[in-house]
Design a protein around this ligand. Structure first.
Ligand SMILES: Cc1ncc(COP(=O)(O)O)c(C=O)c1O
Length: 458
């Protein structure tokens, strides 16, 4: 066993037996499963909010009370002028791009480390996602790589605040301004995170959020777009609802006794979709929004505690929080380097061994993704077609994986402590302490977990 770093020397006095067998080798688990708090946390007021919708009998509508309430309250929460509620985070991104005028043939810069929806939303507009590798501090798009990715076809840039940690927005915004590109923030995982003195999502022309069950603001399925731009807002409303222009008199004419009638011109002015959110989802999201700041605060406290402890371990890099940011931790990703323990095993073998051993100790651990988004089959099929094409003068976008070394490196050597079902935000401090101890115990005995052949790099 590697010798204990100073911060961990009191483990035995805290009742943690560092020499007892690891759970993976028959010892007892360090973390009791029953200590976890399951997400989303649903309380009496959430039930009341949803039942209130059923009692009212209005289930949907662009001007329905819960939808408009959610839009007003989230706009106020984020400090934005307008909010459009939709039925998924992907829909929010799609209408943002549609409203911003992104169209067929345009290129849009997105990070290689994200959820696939960031790129799919671009493709829904017939535009081409161009993946940019990320930087290891925030896991956000690397501003230093943007100039090389821009072409005369580039129309927009969509940075992602991955895991709730704000990416390097200022240099990305400066780059966008220099090239006259639209900046749309994918804040699907970062409700309430702050970059300098602003809430993320309010810095670009539009910010997009997901309300899917695993997110910090969860109502099942749903999404939110925020913007200060009146024209973009109006086009986003159109895109949400069949391309119909939403006139002020339409809202003024909304009548709670005739919610399915009201003033509506039935005149589609542009291509649109039906991306409306339901009243039950909106009511649940409103109810959850009242507790969001509290969860974010608890997530931050948990992350700070865990990071303080893990930072003491050789070869362990907890998530880094840039000084001018307040993250809203949605996931907690730890990077591992077993060379600091004198072990030569391949990074993915170390990662997988840690996952197995930590799960045996009772910890929730997920990888979430194992390859850069352009490595997914959809993009690799496009890459194969590109390689087969010989049209002169064309420069189709390449999805060759060699372009994303940092994303690949991060994914090979990292894991997320906690999971979607049991995320970091609602967990009690005592459980986080137990995670820190389980992690230390396993990490400091990694050689045993790997076995002699693997530990030697075999
Ligand atoms: C970064 C990111 N962008 C977009 C989305 C899409 O949101 P939704 O699942 O609500 O469509 C997600 C959801 O997982 C996400 O994590």
């Amino acid at each position: 066993m590697a010798s204990l770093p100073a911060a961990w020397r009191d483990l035995p006095s805290r009742g943690v037996n560092v020499t007892q067998p690891l759970a993976i080798h028959g010892g007892s688990a360090a973390v009791p499963a029953s200590a976890h708090v399951r997400w989303p946390v649903l309380q009496a007021e959430d039930r009341q909010a949803v039942l209130g919708v059923l009692d009212r009998g209005i289930l949907s509508g662009q001007f329905a009370p819960e939808v408009r309430g959610l839009e007003r309250e989230f706009a106020a929460f984020a400090g934005a002028k307008h909010c459009v509620a939709v039925n998924s985070g992907t829909a929010a991104l799609h209408i943002a791009l549609a409203a911003a005028g992104v169209g067929p043939g345009d290129e849009v810069l997105v990070p290689a480390f994200t959820f696939v929806a960031t790129a799919l939303a671009v493709m829904h507009q017939g535009a081409v996602p161009v993946f940019v590798d990320v930087e290891p501090r925030t896991f956000g798009m690397d501003p230093a790589l943007l100039e090389a990715a821009v072409t005369p076809r580039t129309k927009a840039v969509v940075p992602v605040h991955l895991h709730g940690v704000p990416c390097q927005l200022q240099p990305i915004a400066d780059f966008a301004a220099r090239h006259g590109l639209l900046l749309i923030e994918d804040a699907a995982q970062a409700h309430g995170a702050r970059y300098r003195d602003r809430t993320v999502g309010t810095i670009g022309a539009a910010g997009c959020f997901s309300l899917q069950s695993s997110k910090s603001l969860a109502c099942g399925e749903g999404g939110l777009l925020i913007t200060d731009d009146n024209a973009l807002y109006r086009r986003a409303l159109q895109a949400r609802m069949f391309g119909e222009d939403s006139r002020p008199e339409d809202e003024a004419g909304y009548d709670l006794t005739h919610p399915l009638d009201g003033n509506r011109a039935y005149d589609s002015a542009s291509l649109g979709w039906n991306y409306r959110i339901t009243e039950m989802s909106a009511a649940l999201a409103r109810s959850q929004l009242r507790r969001l700041a509290g969860w974010n605060e608890n997530a931050l406290g948990n992350a700070e505690l865990l990071s303080r402890r893990l930072r003491e371990l050789p070869g362990v890099t907890p998530p880094e929080v840039p000084r001018d940011c307040v993250p809203a931790f949605h996931k907690y990703r730890v990077q591992l380097d077993a060379r600091a323990l004198g072990l030569q095993a391949p990074p993915s073998a170390v990662r997988d061994a840690m996952v197995r051993a930590l799960r045996a100790e009772g910890c929730e651990v997920v990888l979430w993704q194992t390859r850069p988004v352009p490595g997914q089959t959809l993009f690799q099929k496009l890459e194969a077609q590109r390689a087969a094409r010989t049209v002169q003068g064309e420069r189709p976008v390449s999805y060759a994986l060699s372009q994303y070394p940092e994303t690949t490196r991060i994914l090979e050597r990292s894991l997320c402590l906690f999971s979607q079902t049991y995320p970091i935000a609602p967990q009690p401090r005592a459980l986080v302490e137990a995670y820190a101890e389980a992690f230390a115990r396993v990490w400091l005995r990694l050689g045993e977990v790997l076995g002699p052949a693997k530990a030697a790099g075999g």
